[in-house]
Write a protein that binds this ligand. Structure first.
Ligand code: IMP
Length: 183
């Protein structure tokens, strides 16, 4: 069974739902009177952005951007590129980056500078998971769903070699999976 690849459920479906509802309420209050643009990062933030958008009671639009790091995903190489860019202008808009997880912070820093070059009215960050122990670059993150330990997590959009995105919870991947299939 492929679910046996999960060593431990870190954040259950119910906990995810509750926290995202709470984040939605805070974002709704903070952006009262404004129209918001979600820039969600593919593919990891797909589930999170869809659920968070429904928890925000404001007019909003959603755009998707894809980032990829060259080399091995476990060790961020520091070289980021954008295989899929924005499809709408964000100039003078209130923009919120929606990310699945911040690890070293290198991808987010790159995305931050890229979006700032398009002159939004303001730019903030909302991440579901913060893996603080591995941070190399610090950026102000306005909204954080959960802090997570320094372990490789999958589910609810996060993958290992494109698998496990459809798990409804966040789990720690069994180290044996890496050993068998190091990628
Ligand atoms: P950073 O540039 O090191 O902050 O890496 C951020 C990206 O690495 C995330 O958007 C994820 O795609 C990926 N990533 C980092 N840690 C994990 C993890 O534990 N599970 C799945 N993907 C991860």
């Amino acid at each position: 069974m492929w679910r046996e690849a999960i060593q431990q459920v870190l954040i259950s479906e119910t906990e995810l739902h509750r926290r995202i509802e709470a984040l939605g309420r805070v974002i709704t209050a903070d952006y009262q009177g404004s129209e918001l643009v979600f820039v969600a990062v593919l593919k990891g933030a797909l589930m999170f952005s869809a659920d968070l958008a429904r928890a925000v009671d404001l007019p909003l639009t959603i755009d998707y951007i894809a980032l990829s790091s060259y080399g091995d995903r476990h060790v961020s190489s520091g070289h980021v590129h954008i295989p899929k860019d924005l499809s709408e202008s964000i100039a003078n808009k209130h923009v919120l980056i929606i990310e699945d997880i911040v690890d070293t912070g290198i991808s987010l820093q790159y995305l931050w500078h890229h979006l700032m070059s398009h002159h939004p009215a303001d730019l903030n960050v909302c991440v579901l998971l913060d893996k603080r122990a591995r941070r190399q670059v610090d950026l102000p993150i306005k909204y954080i769903g959960f802090d997570v330990p320094d372990a490789f997590v999958v589910g609810y959009g996060l993958d290992y070699q494109q698998r496990y995105r459809n798990l409804p919870f966040i789990g720690i991947l069994h180290p044996e999976v890496f050993e068998k299939d190091p990628g």
